[in-house]
Ligand binder design. Structure first.
Ligand code: ADP
Ligand code: MG
Length: 387
């Protein structure tokens, strides 16, 4: 770990972020709250982060001129999504301070590389096979069925994934995915899912957010529960230990999220990592004394990292574009935010996306309360209202 040349960047300076989505928007909010100026690089002029940022460079992620302009304008650069070309981040790293390291992004954006990386460092993963040729397809072990075929690159929110029960279905699924390089993963018997968000500084210090439990619908995160005492301490300990070991093995700097499967037999295995703040860590804005986005600012700026403290039990509900369409008639409609906001402990976050589409993440709600019982109660009411 390098500490030399990584002096603190103090408020008043400018911080840059690659990507203009909601994660960039919340990074911008955190940076501005602390007195930093922000510059977003994003080709979309209407994006969630660009709307909030002091400045936006409108350019493609691999546009050399745009990248040079960004590097010129700020004291350090981070990213808000992993599909920024790794080469672009490597190029930025030659011009300015970046976090996370480009190599971590390169690993996280490629499922095959990610799994190989995990295995190499002794991190348990679901049994898998690489499917990148007709031969490799024919050679998959029958024990991998039923399985999930996932594209190695560019998948998110369950996109680029097909459930397959046998070789024949696998063949069809691979064709439907245009025969791009894929991973066939054995479908595991999940008890539940958790994730760990951590921050690691240039000096190697690590802090972690509380372990959160995640509920997915159709491959998309639906809700996150952070209810003290609800996860067995052994599970929490294992997940935190593995997440930290991945961060160290990757020489990671910045905010990292590792998703885990907790199996019916009690084993905790790693699913994937995200080299950035994560949807499952959004509750930290309202329920912790430091949010994952402030941690991203602090790591990038080489400011002290202190162990976050959960001050309220919390439940996060994702708001998808489906809410903008009537369930029965499919007619466009507007969610009734006034009623949602009439419940105690509701924190509404909307990302400023102009167009609602089904399955698109439009915002989230975090519900906090003094006790687990009350937060469960109020979240159930809000969820029932949202339908
Ligand atoms: P994404 O990049 O879209 O988040 P994931 O690999 O995390 O893709 O898969 C999304 C969700 O699908 C997971 O959170 C989990 O609920 C389910 N899933 C994925 N892989 C498996 C598996 N091997 N066994 C059981 N469920 C899985
Ligand atoms: Mg995932």
């Amino acid at each position: 770990v390098q500490t030399q040349g990584y002096d603190p960047i103090l408020p008043g300076a400018s911080l840059g972020v690659m990507g203009g989505g909601q994660l960039g928007r919340m990074f911008v909010h955190a940076a501005q709250a602390m007195g930093y100026h922000t510059v977003v690089l994003d080709p979309d002029t209407q994006g969630p982060a660009g709307q909030a940022s002091d400045q936006q460079i409108v350019a493609a992620y691999d546009d050399a001129q745009g990248l040079a302009q960004l590097a010129q304008a700020v004291a350090a650069i981070t990213t808000e999504f992993e599909n920024v070309p790794a080469q672009a981040f490597t190029a930025l790293g030659k011009l300015n301070r970046v976090a996370p390291p480009a190599v971590a992004i390169a690993i996280a954006q490629d499922r095959v590389a990610e799994k190989v990386h995990f295995q190499h460092h002794g991190v348990p993963v679901a049994p898998f096979a690489v499917v990148d040729s007709p031969e490799s397809l024919q050679a998959v072990a029958p024990t991998l069925f039923p399985g999930i075929l996932k594209t190695s690159r560019l998948g998110y929110d369950g996109k680029g994934q097909v459930q397959v029960a046998n070789l024949q279905e696998l063949q069809r699924a691979w064709e439907s995915l245009k025969q791009v390089p894929c991973v066939l993963e054995k479908r595991m018997e999940l008890d539940f899912e958790v994730s760990v968000v951590l921050a690691r500084g240039f000096d190697g210090s690590i802090v972690t957010l509380p372990v959160q439990r995640n509920i997915h619908h159709n491959g998309i995160l639906a809700s996150t529960l952070v209810l003290p005492g609800s996860i067995h301490p052994d599970v929490e300990e294992q997940a935190v230990h593995v997440a930290k070991s991945i961060a160290v093995a990757t020489e990671y700097v910045g905010v990292l999220c590792v998703e885990f499967f907790v199996l019916k037999d009690g084993r905790v295995i790693a699913n994937e990592m995200a080299p950035r703040p994560h949807n499952s860590g959004h509750y930290s804005i309202d329920a912790c004394d430091v949010s994952q986005f402030e941690l991203q600012v602090r790591t990038l700026a080489s400011l002290p990292l202190l162990q976050p403290r959960l001050h309220s039990p919390a439940i996060m509900l994702n708001i998808l574009g489906d809410l903008w369409f009537d369930e029965d008639s499919d007619e466009p409609r507007h969610p009734d935010w006034a009623t949602v906001l009439s419940y105690p402990g509701v924190h509404l976050h909307l990302y400023g996306k102009s167009q609602a589409r089904k399955g698109r993440k439009m915002g989230h709600i975090t519900i906090t309360a003094k006790t687990v019982e009350v937060v469960l109660n109020n979240a159930a009411k809000v969820a029932a209202h949202l339908g």
